[in-house]
Design a protein. Structure first.
Length: 356
């Protein structure tokens, strides 16, 4: 989905796109924050469930304490997986420079500590680096990027994504997401095959890519990955639609996905699936800036129907899902929130996470 964040300033730098060196200066943490390597890797965590069942958490501010606290909250609920989303930025849809602004995200040392803490709490970790736009028009987002030179853009992207893959390798991350919702890039098989090969050269864990719920048939490189990944913000109904009707709406969506999975001969996972807490969440789950009144019953029915639909699909077809999202410090009643602190739907999700 298009993630809601504050507007950040992208550090100015020279365009050295063809070599991908535009990221290198941005990769260096501020003074006093040296790069560290974690050796040996932390032993694999015990899994309470066979499927991946956890929350996603965005890392969109400096510091680590709130994220550590949020991981403890999730673990105390019985959550055994977490998807950590970390962002770099390009200026606009036509830019060929991708940079990490270390003043707006946890430092590299803090990022590593956050991952380590999740592992210590017995969680499996997926790491999902994404690209955001610093400046965008009404219809601009990362799904429609259009640089003048795709060679230059992919050189910069490869520098970013392999850097993140090295961090993932050092921290014993279980699943690494090589990209998220980059729709305009997905037809470019040769470039993506090269990108994935570069990632595999530094990271030996499982790989996926996060496609849009209405675009998962378009990526040309699923054969290079371990899992098919997609977010899920399908429109299921209107205000007041009962659970049994929502279940009926899920049936053709489920059938189509599982037919695609069978054709590709590999399991899929929902890298994101969630509903905000407003009255229009059933027909606009993707709308993170939606208006309207808070209504937790709508959100509750959405999650109940999700669990009903997917709880019995075996792991060799359905690897599992990450609930979008767990936002550090979120409170019951926050307008338009996807985070489930205090929400009635949390009980449904907790039961789903701990049983099969």
């Amino acid at each position: 989905m298009r993630h809601s964040t504050s507007i950040f300033l992208l550090a100015a730098m020279a365009l050295l796109a063809a070599s991908g060196l535009s990221l290198l200066k941005a990769q260096t943490p501020p003074p006093g924050q040296p790069l560290v390597r974690i050796v040996p890797p932390i032993p694999p965590a015990h899994r309470k469930t066979q499927q991946v069942r956890g929350f996603s958490m965005q890392l969109f501010q400096q510091g680590k304490d709130e994220y550590i606290k949020a991981i403890d909250e999730m673990a105390d609920l019985g959550c055994t997986w977490v998807n950590l989303s970390f962002s770099a930025r390009q200026d606009n849809v036509h830019s060929e420079v991708i940079a990490i602004n270390w003043t707006t995200v946890p430092s590299e040392n803090e990022l590593r500590e956050i991952i380590m803490h999740a592992k210590k709490r017995g969680m499996g970790v997926m790491f999902m680096p994404i690209v955001l736009l610093s400046n965008s028009g009404p219809k601009d987002w990362r799904g429609v990027i259009a640089p003048a030179s795709w060679d230059n853009w992919f050189a910069a992207y490869n520098s970013y994504i392999t850097y993140m893959a090295r961090v993932a390798a050092d921290c014993d991350v279980d699943i690494f997401c090589v990209g998220s919702e980059l729709l305009s890039t997905e037809p470019q098989r040769e470039r993506w095959v090269d990108t994935i090969a570069q990632v595999r050269s530094v990271y030996k864990g499982k790989l996926t890519y996060s496609a849009n719920w209405d675009h998962y048939e378009y990526p040309t490189f699923w054969d290079q990955l371990d899992y098919i990944g997609m977010n899920n913000y399908n429109e299921l109904g209107d205000f007041g639609t009962p659970v049994d009707k929502l279940d009926e709406t899920w049936k053709p969506i489920k059938k189509k996905i599982l037919e695609f999975v069978a054709k590709e001969k590999k399991p899929f996972m929902f890298t994101e699936v969630g509903w905000h807490n407003l009255v229009n969440t059933l027909n606009q789950p993707w709308n993170y800036v939606a208006e309207g009144k808070v209504d937790y019953n709508e959100q509750l029915r959405a999650y109940q129907s999700f669990v009903d639909t997917w709880k019995d699909v075996p792991r060799d077809e359905f690897m599992g899902a990450f609930i979008w999202e767990w936002w550090p410090g979120a409170k019951y009643g926050d307008h338009g929130s996807y985070s489930l602190q205090g929400a009635p739907a949390l009980d449904v999700v907790k039961k789903w996470m701990s049983t099969e």
